[in-house]
Design a protein around this ligand. Structure first.
Ligand SMILES: [Zn+2]
Length: 230
């Protein structure tokens, strides 16, 4: 049972009007509900997409006849056997990039994930710690956020036991691309969590609770991603 764990780590960005969003997306807008007199009750109105902040991608996001999030039973989003794939570089090199004093790999390849192959075979899900979560927390992003290449997603998709991948970046795909999403969603019952933060706080093994809102025909949803660990 999840409640036996000692530590709970919040892996979610706080939603606010100044938060960084995917380049080109409209900003999030949270304000008092205009039709509600302010002296009666406090009630906010949210104007945001299903992919703002820490969020889940359903297959429907990229695949026309793919599953929407409301087709997944809630137990899908409570995952016992999660592992962390730590690809955050310790020092700069030819394939590293940096922003806001944060060093990260621009493109994650199968070579970077290879040390985790054995443990991936026994996991239900994996999160990829790139280090970029610290850039997200500073509300500073641009088009060169970390992403996966085809070799990396083919390796992960080859593990039929995996049902989710999470990442502390804006997308698993490079800016404006969708190939990586399509390879992952070629199998049913899979989902993604993007724009996670604080992955550096995770141990190598943990459990995850990451429930989406129950929105009809949802291609995605903001979520509160929370890790449980010893
Ligand atoms: Zn998304």
């Amino acid at each position: 049972m999840i409640i036996q764990y000692k530590n709970i780590i919040d892996l979610s960005l706080k939603l606010h009007n100044d938060m960084a969003v995917y380049p080109g997306d409209p900003p999030i807008n949270i304000k008092p509900l205009s039709s509600m007199p302010a002296d009666r009750v406090n009630m906010l109105e949210l104007n945001m997409s299903t992919h703002h902040g820490t969020h889940i991608d359903a297959p429907l996001h990229q695949v026309a006849d793919g599953q929407s999030l409301d087709e997944f039973p809630p137990h899908n989003f409570i995952v016992g056997q999660m592992i962390k794939l730590d690809v955050a570089p310790k020092e700069s090199g030819p394939d590293t990039n940096h922003k806001e004093g944060v060093l990260y790999l621009q493109v994650i390849t199968a070579y970077d994930l290879a040390p985790y192959a054995e443990r991936l075979a026994g996991a239900e899900g994996a999160v990829i710690h790139t280090g970029y979560g610290r850039v997200l927390l500073k509300n500073q992003v641009d088009e060169d956020y970390p992403c996966l290449d085809v070799s990396a997603i083919r390796m992960l998709a080859g593990f039929k036991n995996l049902k989710l991948i999470g990442i502390d970046s804006l997308s698993v795909d490079a800016m404006g691309e969708s190939t990586i999403h399509h390879i992952w969603f070629a199998e049913p019952d899979r989902w993604l969590v993007e724009t996670m933060v604080c992955l550096e706080q995770l141990p190598s093994d943990f459990s995850l609770c990451c429930l989406p809102l129950r929105i009809e025909h949802a291609d995605g949803s903001p979520c509160r991603a929370v890790a449980f660990c010893d």
